[in-house]
Design a protein around this ligand. Structure first.
Ligand code: IMP
Ligand code: MG
Length: 183
């Protein structure tokens, strides 16, 4: 589904599928330079990072294992609560591994700062973050993010894995959700 298919639910398109894929290729090339072959583990944060992980991992010119965490910090609302709950833990031991967390979006930063501490406590050799989107104006805690796709305004966005109440994840583009949809 493209933004034009549900134009009434959206206001501004912030990144088209084509722009997202071009950015993922660019960042994958950078990551391939920064890490030794076979040293890296990608950890995706479910469910929002599914699309990013699928396209980003395939853009990498090297073998890379993938693992997943599911955490919840939002419920069905449009604001972060700051309370992070593990819904699904990693299947693998990340002790002594170089971990790259793959995130759809950094909003308040609360989820990621919690994850960073949690992974450090498991003895990872290094933990870095790749976030496809970041809202700088929404930051409540500073999170060092080594790779960022796009900085966007502090508005609620959907598409490319990002949802509102489980809808819009299968939109190929990323766009601002029209306020009439949630108010
Ligand atoms: P944070 O803890 O506030 O940084 O929020 C992190 C998580 O909230 C992200 O991984 C998303 O799943 C979700 N989230 C934050 N902003 C948005 C948005 O604009 N649209 C959809 N989901 C969002
Ligand atoms: Mg998420």
């Amino acid at each position: 589904m493209r933004a034009a298919d549900i134009a009434n639910d959206l206001t501004t398109v912030l990144a088209t599928e084509e722009e997202i894929l071009a950015k993922l290729n660019e960042i994958a090339a950078q990551v391939a330079k920064d890490y030794e072959p076979d040293s890296l583990v990608l950890v995706g944060v479910l469910k929002g990072a599914v699309m990013v992980m699928a396209d980003f991992s395939r853009a990498l010119p090297m073998l890379v294992p993938m693992d997943w965490m599911a955490v919840s910090s939002y419920g069905a609302g449009t604001r972060s609560s700051g309370v992070v709950q593990i819904r699904k833990d990693l299947d693998t031991d990340i002790h002594d591994k170089h971990v790259l967390i793959v995130e759809d979006i950094i909003d308040s930063g609360l989820t990621l700062s919690w994850l960073l501490e949690n992974f450090a406590a498991r003895g990872a050799a290094s933990v870095e973050v790749f976030a496809l989107f970041r809202k700088p104006e929404a930051a409540k805690v500073e999170v060092h993010c080594r790779y960022v796709g796009f900085d966007i305004p502090n508005e609620f966005v959907v598409g490319y894995g990002l949802d509102y109440a489980e809808r819009y994840r299968n939109l190929r583009d990323v766009a601002v959700l029209a306020p009439h949809v949630y108010s």
